[in-house]
Design a protein around this ligand. Structure first.
Ligand code: PGA
Length: 249
């Protein structure tokens, strides 16, 4: 049985005052029946982790470097995330792939570092609108999966997020059939590569304009084990609607 996961990606949003949203979330879900994860900006991570300590909410990073330490100005290592209170890290988000030119090999190296440090790696994959319109979606996703996911992956340390680039922050969402097709494809690829046991235990999240009003439908799709949520994770009230939908799914 895969445990459901509602993960919030705050991206480059939030200063000290945003911690009150975390506090509100922790109070709204004193004993959640699903996993809840918030990935705030690195500047808030330690305080966010303190805010939700001894609650059912976990915190994570939004990126890490592949190296354990060294001359990498501005970067953060996986151990530093752990030290700040993270138990997971988002890797290979399309905004990282686009803004920082991250290739699959880089994402894979980062994921190795994250897993070695004891973090869960949430590896993001997803096609652009052009790729979908050219009917290349599954080819693209297949390449990202084989290129970005390290061999040491298990059901415990790997989570895959399917995030169509054109659905992120746009209010556009693929049809439920399209989501199901990609999630079934990812499950199949993971089972082929890692065997049925591991392949079946990895959690698959959908991400891209998940809101309280579309969450229940998305969570009813096969092989959708939760969501990676951007905009709607910033406010406790919005994210609560998504958590409630996932708890009922
Ligand atoms: P969104 O972002 O929910 O704002 O579309 C999702 C994501 O990029 O993880």
């Amino acid at each position: 049985m895969r445990r459901k996961l509602a993960a919030g990606n705050w991206k480059m949003n939030g200063t000290t005052s945003a911690l009150s949203e975390l506090d509100a979330l922790a109070r709204a879900f004193p004993s959640p029946t699903i996993d809840i994860l918030i990935c705030p900006p690195a500047t808030l991570l330690h305080r966010a982790a303190e805010t939700v300590r001894e609650t059912g909410i976990a915190t994570g990073g939004q990126d890490c470097h592949a190296a354990p330490s060294g001359a990498h100005t501005g970067d953060i290592s996986a151990d530093m995330l752990v030290d700040a209170g993270a138990n997971a890290v988002i890797l290979g988000h399309s905004e990282r792939r686009e803004d920082h030119g991250e290739q699959n090999e880089t994402v894979r190296a980062k994921a190795r570092a994250a897993m070695d440090a004891g973090l869960k790696a949430i590896i993001c994959v997803g096609e652009s609108l052009e790729q979908r319109e050219a009917a290349n979606t599954l080819d693209i996703i297949g390449g990202q999966l084989s290129g970005s996911i390290p061999d040491q992956s298990t059901g415990e340390n790997l989570i895959v997020a399917y995030e169509p680039i054109w659905a992120i922050g746009t209010g556009k969402v693929p049809t439920l059939e399209e989501i199901g097709e990609v999630h079934d494809f990812i499950r199949n690829r993971l089972e082929r590569r890692f065997g049925e046991g591991v392949g079946r235990s990895v959690r698959l999240l959908y991400g891209g304009s998940v809101k309280p009003n579309n969450a229940a439908d998305i969570f009813a799709v096969s092989n959708v084990d939760g969501a990676l949520v951007g905009g709607a994770s910033l406010k406790a009230q919005d994210f609560s609607g998504i958590i409630v939908a996932l708890q009922k799914a």
